[in-house]
Design a binder for this molecule. Structure first.
Ligand code: NAD
Ligand code: UGA
Length: 465
Protein backbone atom coordinates (compact mmCIF):
# COMPACT_ATOMS: atom_id res chain seq x y z
CA UNK A 1 0.00 0.00 0.00
CA UNK A 2 1.33 3.44 -0.87
CA UNK A 3 0.74 5.93 1.91
CA UNK A 4 -0.52 9.35 0.84
CA UNK A 5 -2.33 10.51 3.97
CA UNK A 6 -0.95 10.42 7.50
CA UNK A 7 -2.47 11.66 10.75
CA UNK A 8 -0.52 12.10 13.97
CA UNK A 9 -2.31 12.42 17.30
CA UNK A 10 -0.23 14.56 19.65
CA UNK A 11 1.53 17.78 18.56
CA UNK A 12 4.21 17.74 21.25
CA UNK A 13 8.01 17.52 21.28
CA UNK A 14 7.88 14.28 19.29
CA UNK A 15 4.76 14.55 17.13
CA UNK A 16 5.55 18.08 15.93
CA UNK A 17 9.17 17.70 14.76
CA UNK A 18 8.79 14.08 13.58
CA UNK A 19 5.82 14.78 11.36
CA UNK A 20 7.24 18.08 10.13
CA UNK A 21 10.28 16.19 8.86
CA UNK A 22 8.13 13.50 7.20
CA UNK A 23 6.11 16.24 5.46
CA UNK A 24 9.29 18.08 4.48
CA UNK A 25 10.84 14.95 2.98
CA UNK A 26 7.67 13.46 1.44
CA UNK A 27 5.83 16.21 -0.47
CA UNK A 28 3.39 13.61 -1.86
CA UNK A 29 2.11 12.66 1.59
CA UNK A 30 -0.44 14.85 3.34
CA UNK A 31 0.46 14.99 7.03
CA UNK A 32 -2.05 16.32 9.57
CA UNK A 33 -0.99 16.72 13.21
CA UNK A 34 -3.87 16.96 15.64
CA UNK A 35 -4.05 17.79 19.31
CA UNK A 36 -6.73 18.46 21.91
CA UNK A 37 -4.72 21.44 23.08
CA UNK A 38 -6.02 24.30 20.92
CA UNK A 39 -3.40 26.72 22.19
CA UNK A 40 -0.62 24.38 21.08
CA UNK A 41 -2.14 23.96 17.64
CA UNK A 42 -2.53 27.74 17.29
CA UNK A 43 1.15 28.14 18.19
CA UNK A 44 2.16 25.58 15.52
CA UNK A 45 0.12 27.61 13.02
CA UNK A 46 1.56 30.96 14.14
CA UNK A 47 2.92 33.07 11.28
CA UNK A 48 5.85 34.03 13.49
CA UNK A 49 7.93 30.87 13.87
CA UNK A 50 9.50 32.27 17.05
CA UNK A 51 6.18 31.30 18.65
CA UNK A 52 6.29 27.61 17.71
CA UNK A 53 5.58 25.60 20.88
CA UNK A 54 8.79 23.60 20.55
CA UNK A 55 12.17 25.24 20.19
CA UNK A 56 14.63 23.11 18.19
CA UNK A 57 17.47 24.40 16.04
CA UNK A 58 16.37 24.28 12.37
CA UNK A 59 12.77 23.32 13.10
CA UNK A 60 11.33 26.66 11.97
CA UNK A 61 12.74 26.22 8.47
CA UNK A 62 11.41 22.66 8.20
CA UNK A 63 7.95 23.77 9.32
CA UNK A 64 7.97 26.72 6.94
CA UNK A 65 8.96 24.48 4.03
CA UNK A 66 5.88 22.26 4.36
CA UNK A 67 3.20 24.05 6.41
CA UNK A 68 0.13 24.77 4.29
CA UNK A 69 1.55 22.61 1.45
CA UNK A 70 1.29 19.09 2.85
CA UNK A 71 1.70 19.76 6.58
CA UNK A 72 -1.32 20.80 8.62
CA UNK A 73 -1.96 21.39 12.32
CA UNK A 74 -5.53 21.02 13.51
CA UNK A 75 -7.78 20.34 16.49
CA UNK A 76 -10.21 18.33 14.35
CA UNK A 77 -9.02 14.92 15.53
CA UNK A 78 -11.92 12.94 14.06
CA UNK A 79 -11.63 14.34 10.55
CA UNK A 80 -7.88 13.66 10.44
CA UNK A 81 -8.36 10.08 11.68
CA UNK A 82 -11.13 9.47 9.17
CA UNK A 83 -9.06 10.67 6.21
CA UNK A 84 -5.74 9.00 7.09
CA UNK A 85 -4.45 5.59 5.99
CA UNK A 86 -1.81 5.63 8.69
CA UNK A 87 -2.29 7.09 12.18
CA UNK A 88 0.64 7.79 14.50
CA UNK A 89 -0.08 7.97 18.21
CA UNK A 90 2.39 10.41 19.73
CA UNK A 91 0.69 11.40 22.95
CA UNK A 92 2.32 11.70 26.35
CA UNK A 93 2.82 8.60 28.51
CA UNK A 94 3.78 10.04 31.90
CA UNK A 95 4.44 8.14 35.11
CA UNK A 96 1.20 7.29 36.93
CA UNK A 97 0.48 9.62 39.82
CA UNK A 98 -2.36 7.59 41.33
CA UNK A 99 -3.60 4.07 41.99
CA UNK A 100 -1.89 0.82 41.12
CA UNK A 101 1.70 1.37 39.98
CA UNK A 102 1.67 4.99 41.23
CA UNK A 103 5.09 6.58 40.83
CA UNK A 104 6.39 3.85 38.51
CA UNK A 105 4.03 2.48 35.84
CA UNK A 106 3.32 4.43 32.66
CA UNK A 107 -0.06 6.12 32.61
CA UNK A 108 -1.64 4.84 29.41
CA UNK A 109 -4.94 6.69 29.66
CA UNK A 110 -4.09 9.00 26.74
CA UNK A 111 -3.07 6.04 24.58
CA UNK A 112 -6.29 4.23 25.39
CA UNK A 113 -8.34 7.35 24.59
CA UNK A 114 -6.64 7.55 21.19
CA UNK A 115 -7.33 3.89 20.46
CA UNK A 116 -10.99 4.32 21.43
CA UNK A 117 -11.30 7.42 19.27
CA UNK A 118 -9.73 5.69 16.26
CA UNK A 119 -12.05 2.71 16.78
CA UNK A 120 -15.07 5.00 16.92
CA UNK A 121 -14.19 7.04 13.84
CA UNK A 122 -12.50 4.64 11.39
CA UNK A 123 -14.64 3.51 8.46
CA UNK A 124 -11.86 1.86 6.44
CA UNK A 125 -8.74 -0.20 7.25
CA UNK A 126 -5.96 1.68 9.04
CA UNK A 127 -2.38 1.20 10.09
CA UNK A 128 -1.94 2.46 13.64
CA UNK A 129 1.62 3.33 14.63
CA UNK A 130 2.79 3.56 18.23
CA UNK A 131 5.21 6.50 18.22
CA UNK A 132 4.93 7.16 21.96
CA UNK A 133 7.24 5.20 24.26
CA UNK A 134 5.19 2.36 25.69
CA UNK A 135 5.50 -0.61 28.03
CA UNK A 136 6.24 -3.84 26.19
CA UNK A 137 2.98 -5.54 25.09
CA UNK A 138 0.93 -2.31 24.87
CA UNK A 139 0.19 -3.13 21.22
CA UNK A 140 -1.89 -6.03 22.49
CA UNK A 141 -4.16 -3.69 24.48
CA UNK A 142 -4.39 -1.22 21.59
CA UNK A 143 -5.37 -4.03 19.23
CA UNK A 144 -8.02 -5.35 21.64
CA UNK A 145 -9.67 -1.94 21.80
CA UNK A 146 -9.48 -1.37 18.04
CA UNK A 147 -10.86 -4.81 17.23
CA UNK A 148 -13.72 -4.50 19.70
CA UNK A 149 -16.07 -2.52 17.43
CA UNK A 150 -16.99 -5.53 15.30
CA UNK A 151 -17.66 -3.27 12.29
CA UNK A 152 -15.33 -5.16 9.97
CA UNK A 153 -12.62 -2.46 9.85
CA UNK A 154 -9.16 -4.06 10.01
CA UNK A 155 -6.27 -2.56 11.93
CA UNK A 156 -2.56 -3.26 11.81
CA UNK A 157 -0.55 -2.12 14.83
CA UNK A 158 3.08 -1.12 14.34
CA UNK A 159 5.61 -0.01 16.91
CA UNK A 160 7.91 2.77 15.65
CA UNK A 161 9.59 4.28 18.70
CA UNK A 162 11.32 7.62 18.39
CA UNK A 163 14.99 7.99 19.33
CA UNK A 164 15.45 11.73 18.76
CA UNK A 165 17.07 13.75 21.51
CA UNK A 166 15.84 17.24 22.26
CA UNK A 167 18.10 20.05 21.12
CA UNK A 168 19.21 17.96 18.15
CA UNK A 169 15.75 16.72 17.07
CA UNK A 170 15.92 17.95 13.49
CA UNK A 171 19.43 16.59 12.90
CA UNK A 172 18.45 13.27 14.54
CA UNK A 173 15.33 12.99 12.37
CA UNK A 174 17.08 13.90 9.13
CA UNK A 175 19.99 11.58 9.79
CA UNK A 176 19.04 8.92 12.35
CA UNK A 177 21.38 6.11 13.44
CA UNK A 178 18.46 3.82 12.75
CA UNK A 179 14.69 3.72 12.42
CA UNK A 180 12.99 0.83 14.19
CA UNK A 181 9.70 -0.65 13.01
CA UNK A 182 8.03 -3.59 14.74
CA UNK A 183 4.97 -5.37 13.42
CA UNK A 184 3.12 -8.66 13.18
CA UNK A 185 5.04 -11.48 11.54
CA UNK A 186 2.16 -12.55 9.27
CA UNK A 187 1.67 -11.31 5.68
CA UNK A 188 -0.63 -8.40 6.63
CA UNK A 189 1.81 -7.35 9.34
CA UNK A 190 4.70 -7.41 6.91
CA UNK A 191 2.72 -5.38 4.37
CA UNK A 192 2.04 -2.72 7.02
CA UNK A 193 5.73 -2.69 7.98
CA UNK A 194 6.69 -2.24 4.32
CA UNK A 195 4.26 0.67 3.92
CA UNK A 196 6.02 2.51 6.76
CA UNK A 197 9.49 1.48 5.55
CA UNK A 198 8.61 3.12 2.21
CA UNK A 199 7.75 6.40 3.95
CA UNK A 200 11.12 6.55 5.72
CA UNK A 201 12.99 5.32 2.66
CA UNK A 202 12.26 8.70 1.06
CA UNK A 203 15.34 9.98 2.91
CA UNK A 204 16.83 7.21 5.04
CA UNK A 205 19.04 4.47 3.56
CA UNK A 206 17.24 1.11 3.72
CA UNK A 207 20.04 -0.54 5.71
CA UNK A 208 19.33 1.85 8.57
CA UNK A 209 15.65 0.88 8.71
CA UNK A 210 15.39 -2.04 11.08
CA UNK A 211 12.33 -4.27 11.26
CA UNK A 212 11.48 -6.60 14.16
CA UNK A 213 8.48 -8.13 15.86
CA UNK A 214 6.29 -5.71 17.85
CA UNK A 215 7.50 -6.76 21.29
CA UNK A 216 11.19 -6.38 20.43
CA UNK A 217 10.51 -2.91 19.08
CA UNK A 218 8.54 -1.79 22.14
CA UNK A 219 11.16 -3.18 24.52
CA UNK A 220 14.12 -1.82 22.52
CA UNK A 221 12.98 1.73 23.16
CA UNK A 222 12.89 1.27 26.95
CA UNK A 223 16.20 -0.57 26.76
CA UNK A 224 17.92 2.17 24.75
CA UNK A 225 16.87 4.86 27.24
CA UNK A 226 17.86 2.68 30.20
CA UNK A 227 21.34 2.08 28.73
CA UNK A 228 21.84 5.77 27.94
CA UNK A 229 20.76 6.89 31.41
CA UNK A 230 22.89 4.17 32.96
CA UNK A 231 25.99 5.61 31.29
CA UNK A 232 25.29 9.02 32.79
CA UNK A 233 24.72 7.55 36.25
CA UNK A 234 27.86 5.45 35.88
CA UNK A 235 30.08 8.42 35.10
CA UNK A 236 28.34 10.48 37.78
CA UNK A 237 29.05 7.75 40.33
CA UNK A 238 32.70 7.98 39.31
CA UNK A 239 32.61 11.79 39.60
CA UNK A 240 32.09 11.53 43.35
CA UNK A 241 35.00 9.15 43.67
CA UNK A 242 37.13 11.48 41.54
CA UNK A 243 36.42 14.38 43.87
CA UNK A 244 37.70 12.32 46.80
CA UNK A 245 40.78 10.87 45.12
CA UNK A 246 42.27 13.61 42.99
CA UNK A 247 41.28 11.96 39.72
CA UNK A 248 39.61 14.18 37.10
CA UNK A 249 36.36 12.78 35.72
CA UNK A 250 36.94 14.36 32.29
CA UNK A 251 40.28 12.61 32.04
CA UNK A 252 38.76 9.33 33.19
CA UNK A 253 35.91 9.66 30.66
CA UNK A 254 38.41 10.35 27.87
CA UNK A 255 40.58 7.44 28.87
CA UNK A 256 37.75 4.91 28.96
CA UNK A 257 35.96 6.41 25.95
CA UNK A 258 38.92 5.69 23.69
CA UNK A 259 38.25 2.00 24.23
CA UNK A 260 36.14 1.32 21.15
CA UNK A 261 34.04 -1.14 23.13
CA UNK A 262 32.99 1.65 25.50
CA UNK A 263 32.94 4.60 23.07
CA UNK A 264 33.28 8.32 23.86
CA UNK A 265 29.66 9.50 23.82
CA UNK A 266 27.34 10.05 26.78
CA UNK A 267 30.12 10.16 29.34
CA UNK A 268 29.72 13.78 30.46
CA UNK A 269 29.50 14.03 34.18
CA UNK A 270 26.81 16.48 35.29
CA UNK A 271 24.48 17.66 38.02
CA UNK A 272 22.28 14.73 36.99
CA UNK A 273 20.22 13.82 33.97
CA UNK A 274 16.80 15.32 33.41
CA UNK A 275 14.27 15.32 30.61
CA UNK A 276 10.82 13.89 30.33
CA UNK A 277 11.85 10.36 29.50
CA UNK A 278 14.89 8.77 31.17
CA UNK A 279 13.40 8.63 34.65
CA UNK A 280 9.89 7.81 33.47
CA UNK A 281 11.06 5.03 31.16
CA UNK A 282 13.36 3.42 33.71
CA UNK A 283 10.66 3.51 36.38
CA UNK A 284 8.37 1.90 33.86
CA UNK A 285 10.98 -0.78 33.14
CA UNK A 286 11.37 -1.38 36.87
CA UNK A 287 7.61 -1.74 37.20
CA UNK A 288 7.38 -4.18 34.29
CA UNK A 289 10.24 -6.32 35.67
CA UNK A 290 8.60 -6.39 39.11
CA UNK A 291 5.26 -7.33 37.59
CA UNK A 292 6.95 -10.46 36.17
CA UNK A 293 8.54 -11.16 39.58
CA UNK A 294 12.02 -10.20 38.32
CA UNK A 295 13.14 -8.39 41.45
CA UNK A 296 16.88 -8.44 40.72
CA UNK A 297 16.30 -7.00 37.24
CA UNK A 298 14.09 -4.28 38.72
CA UNK A 299 16.58 -3.40 41.49
CA UNK A 300 19.45 -3.27 39.00
CA UNK A 301 17.77 -0.60 36.88
CA UNK A 302 16.31 1.31 39.81
CA UNK A 303 19.85 2.00 40.97
CA UNK A 304 20.31 4.28 37.92
CA UNK A 305 17.59 6.56 39.30
CA UNK A 306 18.85 6.35 42.88
CA UNK A 307 22.30 7.45 41.70
CA UNK A 308 20.81 10.32 39.70
CA UNK A 309 18.79 11.59 42.65
CA UNK A 310 21.92 11.42 44.77
CA UNK A 311 23.89 13.46 42.21
CA UNK A 312 21.30 16.27 42.21
CA UNK A 313 21.05 16.30 46.01
CA UNK A 314 24.77 16.33 46.61
CA UNK A 315 25.22 19.25 44.19
CA UNK A 316 22.79 21.33 46.28
CA UNK A 317 24.32 20.11 49.54
CA UNK A 318 27.79 21.08 48.33
CA UNK A 319 26.63 24.64 47.66
CA UNK A 320 25.27 24.92 51.20
CA UNK A 321 28.38 23.38 52.73
CA UNK A 322 30.77 25.57 50.75
CA UNK A 323 28.85 28.74 51.60
CA UNK A 324 29.75 28.25 55.25
CA UNK A 325 26.82 25.91 55.93
CA UNK A 326 24.14 28.52 55.34
CA UNK A 327 22.48 30.00 52.29
CA UNK A 328 19.61 31.50 54.25
CA UNK A 329 18.84 34.94 52.81
CA UNK A 330 21.70 34.65 50.31
CA UNK A 331 21.22 35.29 46.59
CA UNK A 332 22.25 32.27 44.54
CA UNK A 333 22.14 32.60 40.75
CA UNK A 334 21.20 29.72 38.47
CA UNK A 335 22.52 29.93 34.94
CA UNK A 336 20.21 27.62 33.04
CA UNK A 337 16.94 25.94 33.90
CA UNK A 338 16.34 23.72 30.81
CA UNK A 339 17.28 20.04 31.23
CA UNK A 340 19.95 20.43 28.53
CA UNK A 341 21.10 23.10 26.11
CA UNK A 342 19.29 24.12 22.92
CA UNK A 343 15.82 23.29 24.19
CA UNK A 344 13.11 25.18 26.07
CA UNK A 345 12.01 21.91 27.71
CA UNK A 346 12.44 21.81 31.48
CA UNK A 347 10.70 18.56 32.35
CA UNK A 348 12.54 16.77 35.20
CA UNK A 349 15.41 19.23 34.85
CA UNK A 350 17.99 18.89 37.62
CA UNK A 351 17.62 22.66 38.18
CA UNK A 352 14.12 22.14 39.62
CA UNK A 353 15.35 19.77 42.32
CA UNK A 354 18.46 21.76 43.17
CA UNK A 355 16.29 24.88 43.49
CA UNK A 356 13.84 23.01 45.71
CA UNK A 357 16.65 21.90 48.05
CA UNK A 358 18.08 25.42 48.23
CA UNK A 359 14.63 26.93 48.87
CA UNK A 360 14.34 24.56 51.83
CA UNK A 361 17.54 26.22 53.03
CA UNK A 362 15.88 29.64 52.60
CA UNK A 363 18.08 30.81 49.72
CA UNK A 364 16.95 33.58 47.36
CA UNK A 365 17.30 32.08 43.92
CA UNK A 366 17.88 34.14 40.78
CA UNK A 367 17.37 32.34 37.48
CA UNK A 368 18.49 33.17 33.96
CA UNK A 369 17.85 30.81 31.06
CA UNK A 370 18.06 31.96 27.44
CA UNK A 371 14.97 30.01 26.32
CA UNK A 372 12.84 29.20 29.35
CA UNK A 373 9.96 31.46 30.32
CA UNK A 374 9.22 32.64 33.85
CA UNK A 375 5.82 30.94 33.92
CA UNK A 376 7.46 27.60 33.16
CA UNK A 377 9.92 27.97 36.03
CA UNK A 378 7.17 28.64 38.56
CA UNK A 379 4.99 25.89 37.10
CA UNK A 380 7.88 23.44 37.57
CA UNK A 381 8.38 24.43 41.20
CA UNK A 382 4.68 24.56 42.03
CA UNK A 383 4.24 21.09 40.51
CA UNK A 384 6.49 19.63 43.21
CA UNK A 385 3.96 20.87 45.78
CA UNK A 386 6.68 21.09 48.42
CA UNK A 387 5.60 24.61 49.42
CA UNK A 388 2.91 27.13 48.54
CA UNK A 389 3.09 28.93 45.16
CA UNK A 390 3.41 32.27 47.02
CA UNK A 391 6.50 30.92 48.77
CA UNK A 392 8.07 29.88 45.45
CA UNK A 393 7.28 33.37 44.12
CA UNK A 394 8.94 34.93 47.15
CA UNK A 395 12.05 32.74 46.93
CA UNK A 396 12.76 32.87 43.19
CA UNK A 397 13.33 35.79 40.82
CA UNK A 398 13.60 35.25 37.07
CA UNK A 399 15.84 37.58 35.08
CA UNK A 400 15.99 38.41 31.37
CA UNK A 401 19.61 39.48 31.57
CA UNK A 402 22.40 37.23 32.88
CA UNK A 403 24.51 40.09 34.25
CA UNK A 404 21.56 41.39 36.26
CA UNK A 405 20.89 37.85 37.51
CA UNK A 406 24.49 37.71 38.76
CA UNK A 407 24.63 41.20 40.27
CA UNK A 408 25.12 41.12 44.04
CA UNK A 409 24.97 37.35 44.17
CA UNK A 410 26.91 35.13 46.56
CA UNK A 411 27.25 32.20 44.21
CA UNK A 412 26.55 31.13 40.63
CA UNK A 413 25.46 27.61 39.79
CA UNK A 414 25.55 26.41 36.18
CA UNK A 415 22.63 24.03 35.70
CA UNK A 416 22.45 23.87 31.89
CA UNK A 417 25.36 23.73 29.44
CA UNK A 418 24.21 26.65 27.19
CA UNK A 419 27.16 27.64 24.96
CA UNK A 420 26.66 31.36 25.62
CA UNK A 421 27.67 30.96 29.28
CA UNK A 422 31.26 30.33 28.20
CA UNK A 423 31.46 33.65 26.36
CA UNK A 424 30.24 35.88 29.19
CA UNK A 425 32.43 38.65 30.55
CA UNK A 426 33.36 36.80 33.73
CA UNK A 427 35.51 39.64 35.02
CA UNK A 428 32.47 41.94 34.88
CA UNK A 429 30.35 39.31 36.63
CA UNK A 430 33.01 38.91 39.32
CA UNK A 431 33.29 42.65 39.90
CA UNK A 432 29.55 42.90 40.63
CA UNK A 433 29.33 39.91 42.96
CA UNK A 434 29.57 39.52 46.71
CA UNK A 435 33.00 38.27 47.83
CA UNK A 436 34.17 35.63 48.16
CA UNK A 437 32.56 34.87 44.79
CA UNK A 438 31.66 31.23 44.21
CA UNK A 439 30.95 29.35 41.00
CA UNK A 440 29.55 25.79 41.02
CA UNK A 441 29.73 24.45 37.49
CA UNK A 442 27.24 21.57 37.35
CA UNK A 443 28.05 20.96 33.69
CA UNK A 444 31.82 21.38 33.55
CA UNK A 445 31.48 23.93 30.76
CA UNK A 446 33.36 26.91 32.16
CA UNK A 447 37.11 27.36 32.15
CA UNK A 448 37.86 26.78 35.83
CA UNK A 449 41.48 27.85 35.52
CA UNK A 450 40.57 31.25 34.05
CA UNK A 451 37.81 31.82 36.56
CA UNK A 452 40.18 31.06 39.43
CA UNK A 453 42.66 33.56 38.02
CA UNK A 454 39.93 36.21 38.09
CA UNK A 455 39.38 35.41 41.77
CA UNK A 456 36.40 33.07 41.82
CA UNK A 457 36.28 30.10 44.16
CA UNK A 458 35.46 27.51 41.53
CA UNK A 459 34.01 23.99 41.80
CA UNK A 460 33.03 21.70 38.96
CA UNK A 461 31.76 18.13 39.00
CA UNK A 462 34.18 15.25 39.40
CA UNK A 463 37.42 17.04 40.08
CA UNK A 464 39.11 18.22 43.24
CA UNK A 465 39.83 21.94 42.72
P1 NAD B 1 4.18 16.10 24.85
O1 NAD B 1 3.51 16.18 26.16
O2 NAD B 1 5.09 17.20 24.41
O3 NAD B 1 3.05 15.97 23.71
C1 NAD B 1 1.97 15.12 23.78
C2 NAD B 1 0.75 15.83 23.18
O4 NAD B 1 -0.33 14.89 23.07
C3 NAD B 1 0.20 16.99 24.01
O5 NAD B 1 0.23 18.17 23.24
C4 NAD B 1 -1.23 16.55 24.38
O6 NAD B 1 -2.15 17.63 24.40
C5 NAD B 1 -1.55 15.60 23.26
N1 NAD B 1 -2.60 14.64 23.58
C6 NAD B 1 -2.72 13.83 24.67
N2 NAD B 1 -3.83 13.06 24.56
C7 NAD B 1 -4.42 13.38 23.39
C8 NAD B 1 -5.58 12.91 22.72
N3 NAD B 1 -6.34 11.95 23.24
N4 NAD B 1 -5.89 13.47 21.53
C9 NAD B 1 -5.13 14.44 21.00
N5 NAD B 1 -4.01 14.91 21.58
C10 NAD B 1 -3.67 14.40 22.76
O7 NAD B 1 4.93 14.70 24.81
P2 NAD B 1 6.24 14.31 23.95
O8 NAD B 1 7.47 14.80 24.62
O9 NAD B 1 6.00 14.67 22.52
O10 NAD B 1 6.24 12.74 24.12
C11 NAD B 1 5.29 11.93 23.47
C12 NAD B 1 5.75 10.47 23.57
O11 NAD B 1 6.99 10.32 22.89
C13 NAD B 1 6.00 9.98 24.99
O12 NAD B 1 5.59 8.64 25.06
C14 NAD B 1 7.49 10.07 25.14
O13 NAD B 1 7.99 9.10 26.06
C15 NAD B 1 7.98 9.74 23.75
N6 NAD B 1 9.29 10.30 23.40
C16 NAD B 1 9.61 11.58 23.75
C17 NAD B 1 10.84 12.13 23.35
C18 NAD B 1 11.23 13.54 23.70
O14 NAD B 1 12.35 13.90 23.39
N7 NAD B 1 10.37 14.35 24.29
C19 NAD B 1 11.71 11.36 22.56
C20 NAD B 1 11.35 10.06 22.22
C21 NAD B 1 10.12 9.55 22.64
C1 UGA C 1 16.94 10.98 25.37
C2 UGA C 1 17.63 10.01 24.41
O1 UGA C 1 18.95 10.48 24.15
C3 UGA C 1 16.86 9.90 23.10
O2 UGA C 1 17.46 8.92 22.26
C4 UGA C 1 15.42 9.50 23.41
O3 UGA C 1 14.66 9.46 22.22
C5 UGA C 1 14.81 10.49 24.37
O4 UGA C 1 15.61 10.55 25.58
C6 UGA C 1 13.43 10.12 24.82
O5 UGA C 1 13.04 8.99 24.74
O6 UGA C 1 12.80 11.05 25.30
P1 UGA C 1 16.81 13.61 25.63
O7 UGA C 1 16.28 13.29 26.99
O8 UGA C 1 16.07 14.56 24.78
O9 UGA C 1 16.97 12.26 24.78
O10 UGA C 1 18.29 14.20 25.76
P2 UGA C 1 19.71 13.53 26.11
O11 UGA C 1 20.71 14.14 25.23
O12 UGA C 1 19.63 12.06 26.11
O13 UGA C 1 19.97 14.04 27.58
C7 UGA C 1 19.23 13.56 28.69
C8 UGA C 1 19.82 14.12 29.96
O14 UGA C 1 21.08 13.50 30.25
C9 UGA C 1 20.08 15.62 29.92
O15 UGA C 1 19.75 16.21 31.16
C10 UGA C 1 21.57 15.69 29.67
O16 UGA C 1 22.14 16.89 30.11
C11 UGA C 1 22.07 14.49 30.46
N1 UGA C 1 23.36 13.98 29.99
C12 UGA C 1 23.48 13.44 28.76
C13 UGA C 1 24.45 14.03 30.83
O17 UGA C 1 24.37 14.51 31.98
N2 UGA C 1 25.65 13.54 30.39
C14 UGA C 1 25.80 12.99 29.15
O18 UGA C 1 26.92 12.56 28.81
C15 UGA C 1 24.68 12.95 28.31
Amino acid sequence: MKITNICCIGAGYVGGPTMAVIAHKCPDIKVTIVDLNAERIAAWNDENTDNLPVYEPGLDQIVLSARGRNLFFSTDVEKAIDEAQMIFISVNTPTKTYGLGKGKAADLKYIELCARQIAAVAKDDKIVVEKSTLPVRTAEAVKNILDSTGNGVKFQILSNPEFLAEGTAVEDLLNPDRVLIGGDTDAEGQAAINALVDVYANWIPKERILTTNVWSSELSKLTANAFLAQRVSSINAMSELCEKTGADVNEVARAIGMDSRIGPKFLKSSVGFGGSCFQKDILNLVYIAKSYGLDEVADYWEQVIIMNDHQKRRFAANIVKTLYNTVSGKKITFLGWAFKKDTNDTRESAAIYVADDLLHEQANIAVFDPKVEETTIFRDLDYLATRKPEENKAGVTVYQDPYEACRGTHAIAVLTEWDEFKGYDWQKIYDNMKKPAFVFDGRNVLNGKELKEIGFIFTGVGKAY
